[in-house]
Write a protein that binds this ligand. Structure first.
Ligand SMILES: *Cc1c(COP(=O)(O)O)cnc(C)c1O
Length: 401
């Protein structure tokens, strides 16, 4: 039977009343450790006082005026983002998929502005770029394409991490490579940094644009402001969303001046994109993420968490196959069905999202404390023991007391 909310999600039957930092509290008073963080969105945790202040202060003044007028807070945020990154210019959106739409249009239009048509893009198996008609074609996941008519043409998909396959798939019409520097939804798959560098070199050699989707890996999530910095490369175009609004719906498409040269007056637009409420929150998020020591703290928390997770893997070898990821974009590949591990964790009072490749993601707010990491590890330990009992799995002798 149809429900008033279109039933495209299998929703977990929990009703939350409020949140604080890494914790969510249900209407009936139960507390959950939230390592979903709205799917890598709430980088500063729930109800962060600094963000609440920024949003409510703006809400008293002005919510929305459209892009027919100047929006000084947006100009400020764009300036700060360009100063902090490779980019010279920014288009603000309301979501990740829209940031990708803008990135795809910008790349296609670049070659058009150069007097040629090279609309095709190389994309990667296991990718996720959103749920619009263009982004499901770019992602190439058959499940997401089924029944939605002819897939938008222009995307040629190759195995992730395979530079030779990229070269082999190039055509005279290939104008760009679109890649997540770490596949999030695909299972926290981290490619070698040499693969990312190789893509950059290939783009330079062939006059193509490198388009990075940092919707999940960006805004401090990996311990770098953006993950491509770890490889020492610069993209031409980059889509950002999720963490950039700290929970307020917003995204952005960043580009160099050269890559953006086709995006002239009238070529793109959005009614809401970059509205004053979003820009006020976006600036406040950036205040904190750019604060001295913030990214060091993310890297420290990551090291601490990973050490404990490695010990848990040793203690529960029949449950945890692998610990992967960068910064606080972490994943546990499971030997049991990952969905069962998600359920077992929830029974212990911890919330995590799944991912492809039989992975459970661990995506705490970037402000997670050492204490909350310790609590998380206790809950993971307990969930593993629960699964070992349920599945009658072998345990490491003497290790689980
Ligand atoms: C979540 C995600 C998107 C889509 O973002 P929406 O805001 O859901 O449209 C795109 N790319 C990546 C890498 C993502 O993780």
């Amino acid at each position: 039977m149809i429900t008033p909310v279109l039933p495209t999600y299998a929703r977990i039957d929990l009703e939350f009343e409020r949140g604080e930092g890494c914790w969510l509290v249900t209407t009936d008073g139960r507390r959950f450790l939230d390592f979903t963080a709205g799917i890598a969105v709430n980088v500063l945790g729930h109800a962060n006082p600094y963000l609440v202040e920024a949003l409510t202060a703006q809400a008293q003044k002005l919510w929305h005026i459209s892009n027919l007028f100047r929006i000084p807070e947006g100009e400020r945020l764009a300036r700060r983002l360009t100063e902090a990154t490779f980019a010279d210019t920014v288009f603000f959106t309301n979501s990740g998929a829209e940031a990708l739409e803008c990135a795809i249009k910008t790349a296609r239009r670049y070659h058009h502005a150069c007097g040629r048509e090279r609309p095709r893009m190389i994309t990667f198996e296991g990718a996720f770029h959103g749920r619009t008609i263009a982004t499901i074609a770019a992602g190439g996941n058959a499940k997401y394409l089924e029944g939605f008519g002819p897939a938008l043409d222009g995307f040629d998909q190759v195995p992730f991490g395979d530079l030779a396959a990229v070269e082999a798939a190039l055509t005279p019409e290939t104008g760009a490579i679109l890649v997540e520097p770490i596949q999030g939804e695909g299972g926290v798959r981290v490619p070698s940094l040499d693969f990312l560098r190789g893509l950059r070199e290939l783009c330079d050699a062939k006059g193509m644009l490198l388009v990075l989707d940092e919707v999940q890996s960006g805004v401090g999530r990996t311990g770098h402001l953006f993950f491509h910095e770890a490889a020492g490369i610069r993209p031409d175009i980059m889509s950002v969303a999720k963490g950039i609004g700290g929970g307020f719906p917003m995204g952005a498409c960043l580009a160099t001046e050269e890559a953006a040269k086709g995006m002239t007056l009238g070529t793109h637009g959005s009614t809401y994109g970059g509205n004053p409420l979003a820009m006020a929150v976006g600036n406040a998020v950036l205040d904190k993420v750019l604060e001295e020591g913030f990214l060091d703290r993310v890297r420290y928390a990551s090291t601490l968490f990973r050490q404990r997770l490695a010990a848990l893997k040793d203690r529960h070898p029949a449950v945890i196959a692998d610990v992967r990821g960068e910064g606080l974009l972490l994943g546990l590949r499971a030997h049991v069905p990952a969905a069962d591990l998600v359920v077992a964790l929830r029974a212990e009072g911890m919330l995590v999202p799944g991912a492809g490749d039989n992975v459970v993601r661990l995506l705490p707010p970037l402000t997670v404390s050492d204490e909350d990491i310790a609590i998380a590890c206790d809950k993971i330990d307990a969930a593993c023991r629960r699964l070992e009992e349920d599945f009658q799995l072998p345990t490491v002798k003497g290790a689980a007391e």
